[in-house]
Design a protein around this ligand. Structure first.
Ligand code: FES
Length: 330
């Protein structure tokens, strides 16, 4: 493995780490040339979907480098980045890919030599891990399929909302005046990531031909009762249907969705999302990033399924922890 030359993508925050990399360059500090740098305004600018997409596209490793805690130019951006990377690590683990391939580091503008050390160290670690198994001519299709699941899950509403609003949920409080402690938030993120990953996986298994709960349990290694719980949620969300009954056992089929982009967002919310997207698409003089942000913020104004059912106006959906915890949101 010694002649393996890893390909690493580095997302560097403009204000600290990019300047640190620049300092390493002008100070002629040697570091491996395996890294391709993308300058971003803050470490929090990197959507977790992009991290998974980078792995799908064959990078052997990713470095995200930002300002030290307390120094972020956007106040708490680096802390948001930390939370997002944690979630991505958990999902990578579920995909069968080493979480160490994605690393978050703090490097200030004056730490040119530290930047060089970080890159050196990461390249060595990736060399030990070997090439990305989904890169090259013969990708590991199992891992690749699971990475697609992870990408879809991260792009979806429930997890996306939690990952992007955790500061407000932890420190500011939701519409009910509730805050939740960091440890509880970590647990909640774990649970949501795991539930949505499994549900998306089941939708992918049932997209081409109908499949029973028992078969889904065999294919995923999940207990049958858990698979049954997920199918109930997916049927309730209008994403899965009973196709036929075979020997007394119902066979489920995913209700038609774009093959490349299976979503666990409830069917009613997908219709709303499409209409929001189409009205935003033609906005003049607005770049794609801003359009995506507008869509996300408008999605937050959708009423949750729970409120729809109860015809309640109590929740304005700024951050509905109750809905998120009970799984009715997104
Ligand atoms: S500005 Fe550097 S991490 Fe936010």
């Amino acid at each position: 493995m010694t002649d393996f030359n890893p390909h690493i993508v580095g997302f560097l925050c403009n204000w600290c780490s990019y300047a640190g990399a620049d300092l390493a360059g002008v100070s002629r500090i040697q570091y491996p040339t395996n890294i391709g740098v993308v300058r971003v305004m803050c470490s929090s600018s990197i959507d977790p979907v992009i991290l998974i997409e980078t792995m799908i596209r064959g990078a052997d490793g990713v470095l995200i480098a930002g300002c030290h805690p307390g120094d972020c130019h956007y106040d708490t951006g680096n802390l948001h980045a930390e939370r997002r990377v944690k979630i991505v690590h958990r999902l990578l683990d579920r995909c069968g890919l080493e979480p160490e391939r994605i690393r978050l580091e703090w490097v200030s503008a004056s730490e040119g030599s530290r930047f060089a050390e970080v890159v050196d160290n990461l390249v060595e670690e990736i060399r030990e891990l070997g090439p990305n198994p989904v890169a090259g001519d013969q990708p590991d299709l199992d891992i690749l399929e699971r990475l697609y699941v992870a990408r879809n899950v991260l792009g979806d509403f429930r997890l996306n909302l939690l990952v992007n609003k955790e500061h407000q949920i932890e420190d500011v409080s939701n519409v009910f005046g509730e805050t939740i402690p960091k440890e509880r938030m970590d647990e909640l993120l774990d649970t949501v990531a795991s539930e949505e990953f499994n549900r998306c996986n089941l939708l992918m298994l049932a997209r081409d031909s109908s499949i029973s709960v028992q078969q889904m349990a065999d294919r995923t290694g999940l207990p049958e009762e858990e698979v049954l719980d997920h199918t109930v949620v997916l049927v309730d969300r209008g994403l899965l249907k009973v196709d036929r009954v075979d020997d007394g056992s119902p066979l489920y089929l995913t209700i038609s969705q774009d093959r490349g982009r299976i979503s666990t967002l409830p069917a009613w919310a997908q219709v709303e999302k499409r209409s929001i997207e189409s009205s935003i698409r033609n906005l003049p003089d607005v770049d794609e990033t801003t359009k995506a942000w507008i869509v996300r913020e408008l999605l937050l104004t959708l009423r949750c399924h729970n409120c729809e059912r109860r015809r309640s106006d109590a929740c304005h959906f700024s951050v509905c922890i109750r809905g998120l915890m009970s799984g009715v949101v997104g």
